[in-house]
Design a protein around this ligand. Sequence first.
Ligand SMILES: [Zn+2]
Length: 284
Amino acid sequence: MAKQQSRYKAKNQQKEEFRENAKLNNKESPATEQKLCKVYVCFVAGLFYLYIDCDINMTNIKNRKYEKMIQRLSLVFMVAAGGVIGSLPLLNGRDADAKAVRAENDLLKTTFSQDISQVCNVSTKERPWQYIVIHHSASVKGNATRFDTYHRKNRGWEHGLAYHFVIGNGTLSGDGEIEVGDRWKEQIHGAHTANMDCNKVGIGICLVGDFENGGIPTGNQFDTLVRLTRYLSRKFDIPLSNIILHSQVHQKGTACPGKNFPVDEFKTSLIQIASTEISPGRKS
Ligand SMILES: [Zn+2]
């Protein structure tokens, strides 16, 4: 347990670094380029001084052809330096845009190397989803196939697996792996809460694990959950207030996804990940 928690902390540290890098990548004027800009300004100021000053000084020199030459050279350098300074912000802007797009694409990759936009892609018309409901499986082990069998045989549900997505914990599927249920592929209602109205508009995401009786999500699971939730909420314009825990649906009373589910960190991570996105209109 202690080992698992320290792994979780290390993972969170990695996530912090990732966020910091993403923020750095989004900076429009890196320090080195600002320094370069200052050097150019000093250089141009020097030339300008030379240009003005040489009129006064050169009158004392017999050969006035140097005066004209220095004035012309100063002028040429001033124009060239002005052009370079003028184009720096443009170059920086383009560079920052490219870096930000790369950082944003990275956010669509899970630690299990799945591309979330591809995972969520369906060939049928998407439902107008309004909620995202988070669950745990209340079992130490599991995967989508096992839950599907249980829901078909024990619950008698025709469509099987109650959830739209299952995120593995490394027991019977990958640690942080997203498994897509048929209900998502076919864009049909879930069966993950006792409230049918909620099931019709709520995307059900289940994390394998028992977070009520001592367990916590693995770092990879948590990371994938944040990225998948952010992707879906952005795609379907689902506000943060509509990203809820199963226990918040309230019908029948359930502890799901368990008291150890780090709900505050989950919400904070969603806000942080959203703040690293620089193109709000860009949906995949
Ligand atoms: Zn649940």
